[in-house]
Design a protein around this ligand. Structure first.
Ligand SMILES: C[S@@+](CC[C@H](N)C(=O)[O-])C[C@H]1O[C@@H](n2cnc3c(N)ncnc32)[C@H](O)[C@@H]1O
Length: 245
């Protein structure tokens, strides 16, 4: 594949992912202008709906976990250009998110609904702060590398892939996984918690907590003692909590 084509493919995947990410924000927020949302979609009896929705989130989990493993990457990059490995990961994420958006089955009923207008506004502010923390965290790590553009750019310029660098700026000084902290806040901060929203929040939380073990194992492999020492000093999602001896 030509170098310029690789670059164009990476840019296309980046924008496809960005669109899916924006849709996800609206989907979780269940805003009225959204065609589908966590509280809106196909209909089924509550138990069937719950099983389908859990299956959809599991699909997301399997895609994310399998494609992030080193063994999979080694095999996969014998078929696709290594410079596009991250971009195809994003494209696969777009596909599983699109399936989730299309086949989500809401479950009727409300767990909590906040009536006070000021409290509602505060919760909405928290919702956007969560997404903001997540977005800023991508820049603190390396936005262009995380979203595949750096790899394609270096490839286009005939340079090898950049060596991974451990980063701990700003939020990363307080917690090891601020991006996931942002994700948790965004999923849990809602003034109207429906059963389907709760199911999504619980399932994604469980998935992330399990996924972290694998992510940290890879980080320990790559960064060794530097990451081990970081785990001893810094909490996982909440400052000071979840340090690893
Ligand atoms: C979706 S990001 C999530 C990062 C982190 N778990 C968080 O919640 O902020 C996952 C990628 O970030 C990388 N990563 C996580 N922590 C890192 C760090 N401190 N420095 C460099 N890369 C890191 C992982 O290797 C993985 O490729």
């Amino acid at each position: 594949m030509g170098r310029a084509v690789v670059m164009l493919a990476a840019v296309a995947c980046y924008f496809a992912f960005f669109a899916a990410f924006l849709y996800l924000v609206g989907w979780v927020g269940a805003f009225e202008f959204m065609p589908t949302s966590v509280d809106d979609g196909l209909s089924a009896a509550p138990l069937t709906a719950a099983l389908i929705d859990i299956g959809l989130i599991a699909l997301f989990g399997v895609q994310h976990s399998v494609m992030a493993r080193q063994g999979f990457k080694r095999a996969w990059t014998r078929i696709i250009p290594p410079a596009l490995e991250r971009s195809f990961y994003l494209l696969a994420t777009v596909a599983v998110l699109a399936i989730m958006f299309a086949y989500w089955h809401p479950i009727e009923g409300t767990v909590w609904s906040v009536a006070n207008e000021t409290a509602r506004l505060a919760i909405w502010a928290l919702f956007f702060i969560g997404w903001g923390i997540l977005f800023i965290s991508t820049w603190l790590l390396n936005h262009f590398e995380l979203f595949g553009l750096q790899q394609a750019w270096l490839h286009m310029r005939g340079q090898g892939a950049a060596a991974p660098t451990m980063r701990t700026p700003l939020f990363y000084k307080a917690v090891r996984h601020p991006l996931y902290t942002g994700f948790f806040i965004a999923f849990w901060a809602t003034p109207d918690m429906t059963y389907s929203h709760l199911l999504a929040a619980v399932s994604f939380t469980i998935y992330i907590v399990i996924g972290i073990a694998y992510e940290e194992r890879d980080l320990l492999d790559v960064f060794g003692e530097e990451y081990a020492e970081y785990r001893k000093r810094v909490g996982a999602f909440i400052p000071g909590i979840g340090k690893k001896a």
